[in-house]
Design a binder for this molecule. Structure first.
Ligand SMILES: Cc1cc2nc3c(=O)[nH]c(=O)nc-3n(C[C@H](O)[C@H](O)[C@H](O)COP(=O)(O)OP(=O)(O)OC[C@H]3O[C@@H](n4cnc5c(N)ncnc54)[C@H](O)[C@@H]3O)c2cc1C
Length: 285
């Protein structure tokens, strides 16, 4: 299908981009890589009167690694993450998750900010930012603000962003060198959106027991979830077969996925338990 008509602007500064969005009373949309927005236009799911292309805003392309964490600019592309030499050490869970995002061509154009703002409930990055307690930086006509990942996602394709706000960056807390982590996803074909995916990390105290367990999940609700019951099941225990089995059971018990055209809720409920089990096995080796 052809796209509906729209005007197009390609600002050279963030303030100009925000002013353009603000001047269109909710009828304008940022354009990042177009990997989700263009299909949405073609299917008439969105029909903005103006597209504000962010591609000339080079300040949104930075990847910064510092002692207090990793900051990704909104226009950082999947490919940039996968090709970065420091990120496998500074934020390995992110890199592992992005390896599962879409196909080569899409990873070449799709962006961090676009994925967060699009808020697909099965997308990997939203799950990682929720699991890691990352913070999302946004700029609108009211000025800059920081939104906790857990408060950013409001439902399927819905976020806390105002119509004139642009995601500028996402910041992940520091990642200790000896932290254990794992990621597991099930999709019908490699590169498809996940039917369910789980991401876990934890530290080990001197006795070797699990501390600070974080468990995220996507594909099982209208937004990415942190599975608090699973985290409570893990903290204070040794990582062994019985702990993994208990965490897996807790994951299935903790969620209530809806039925949709891709899978039944009951199937996804079982699947997330399997994904948590695989992610924990991945973390423990
Ligand atoms: C066939 C296919 C398979 C895919 N598989 C996966 C997958 O397995 N996992 C996955 O995570 N994703 C997948 N995607 C989506 C892909 O990862 C995109 O990168 C992602 O959806 C965002 O696209 P984009 O960056 O090009 O943003 P766009 O398509 O340009 O924009 C998406 C939305 O975000 C808004 N937006 C963009 N940037 C900003 C910003 N900085 N601030 C505020 N709003 C903004 C736009 O207005 C629009 O509403 C797939 C896409 C396709 C087409």
């Amino acid at each position: 299908m052809k796209l509906p008509p729209f005007e197009y602007a390609c600002p050279t500064s963030l303030s100009e981009a925000v002013a353009l969005l603000a001047s269109h009373d909710g009828e304008a949309k940022p354009l990042a890589g177009g990997q989700s927005l263009v299909p949405m236009l073609a299917f008439r799911v969105a029909a903005p009167s103006l597209l504000v292309d962010l591609r000339k805003l080079s300040e949104l392309r930075q990847i910064a690694i510092a002692d207090d964490g990793v900051t990704l600019g909104a226009m950082v592309r999947w490919r940039d993450i996968l090709e970065h030499r420091g990120l496998p050490h500074a934020q390995p869970l992110l890199v592992k998750a992005v390896e599962h995002v879409a196909h080569y061509q899409i990873r070449n154009r799709g962006t961090v900010g676009g994925s967060l703002a699009h808020a697909d409930p099965a997308a990997e990055l939203p799950g990682v930012v929720v699991a890691c307690e990352a913070e999302i930086a946004a700029l609108g006509s009211g000025g800059p603000r920081t939104i906790k990942a857990t408060e950013f996602f409001k439902g399927a394709l819905s976020t806390a962003l105002a119509p004139d706000e642009i995601v500028t960056a996402v910041k992940f807390p520091a990642w200790p060198a000896r932290r254990r982590f794992g990621f597991a996803e099930f999709a019908r074909r490699r590169g498809d959106f996940a039917l369910a995916a789980a991401m876990v990390f934890y530290d080990e105290d001197v006795a070797g027991t699990i501390a600070n367990a974080h468990v995220g999940a996507v594909g099982i609700a209208d937004r990415p979830l942190r599975l608090a019951t699973v985290e409570q099941t893990l903290d204070g225990r040794m990582i062994d077969a019985s702990t993994i089995a208990a965490a897996s059971a807790a994951a299935s018990a903790d969620v209530d996925p809806p039925d949709d055209i891709h899978a039944s809720g009951a199937y996804r409920k079982t699947l997330i338990g399997v994904m948590v089990e695989r992610a924990l096995r991945d973390a423990s080796v």
